[in-house]
Ligand binder design. Structure first.
Ligand code: 5GP
Length: 254
């Protein structure tokens, strides 16, 4: 079988041409990077788990009316998604102080924020994803005022829904990063959630113990990274008894 055409290779995923026009296949790797590629490693089984976790969360969000790029999972490491024009912004939503917000403002990690805070970063590895304001975004044409209204409204709805979903399984959603894309059909354009939602781009803390269940365990050399990702999947009810190896289906259909 001929290898499919690779469209893009990112740090944690590869995008291939999809089976029909307007679709892509998103392949989840075990590779992990942090601090803009300065730290590199592998988290065994991460791709399989993130494929499942992201599928689960995108489906639940779809059920409550959030438009997403997700179509269906194909196998252990791949999902079919709609091809969108990615908006070059990382949208970070925060509920509790942690990470760069704690560093920037000197607020201890774990301090609840008075209200959820939405931040925008310009997607650029060369520039280290600088934080940007709405002024920068509209002046440089990365998104329009209307786009930003949609991004903000969608981000807050996603945050409300996911905060409740994770709370139900004993996990505090501290913060997370989203990416959005433009989906065109005829003259219409709709902004949809793209990329993935997984412990790679969320901070997830056990509600009782405060233990970290996300990529910070890799970033901060805390150990137990695979186990933490597995525990998130298990709590969401999507990890079979024997762990990720027990997932049915081929690793890839390449
Ligand atoms: P911070 O700005 O505190 O480093 O990150 C805030 C949240 O956004 C964290 O949940 C973090 O995982 C996520 N995040 C921010 N930038 C990136 C990024 O470039 N890649 C990934 N995977 N997650 C990010």
């Amino acid at each position: 079988m001929a290898r499919r055409k690779q469209i893009y290779e990112g740090k944690a995923k590869v995008l291939f041409e999809g089976p029909e026009p307007g679709t892509l296949v998103q392949y989840f790797k075990d590779d992990a990077t942090a601090f803009n590629n300065k730290k590199k490693g592998t988290i065994t089984g991460k791709g399989v788990l993130n494929n499942r976790i992201s599928e689960y969360l995108m489906l639940r969000l779809g059920e409550v009316g959030i438009p997403t790029h997700f179509v269906r999972r194909l196998n252990m490491r791949e999902q079919l998604v709609r091809e969108v024009e990615i908006i070059p912004l990382e949208v970070v939503i925060r509920n509790v102080a942690a990470g760069s917000l704690s560093q920037r403002f000197g607020i201890p990690e774990g301090t609840p924020l008075p209200r959820s805070i939405v931040e925008y970063y310009y997607k650029s590895d060369e520039l280290n994803d600088p934080m940007v304001s709405e002024e920068h975004i509209t002046a440089f044409g990365w998104a329009t005022v209307q786009d930003l209204d949609d991004l903000m409204a969608l981000s807050l709805r996603i945050n409300d829904f996911l905060t409740g979903l994770f709370l139900g399984v004993g996990i505090r959603l501290v913060d997370f990063k989203l990416e959005f894309g433009r989906l065109y059909s005829g003259d219409d354009m709709q902004i949809v959630l793209a990329d993935e939602i997984s412990p790679d781009n969320c901070r997830l803390w056990d509600f009782k113990s405060g233990e970290k269940m996300d990529k910070d365990r890799f970033r901060r050399d805390m150990g137990g990274v695979e186990e933490a990702y597995q525990e998130v999947a298990r709590r969401l009810g999507i990890l079979p008894e024997g762990g990720p190896r027990d997932f049915k289906g081929p690793e890839t259909v390449q």
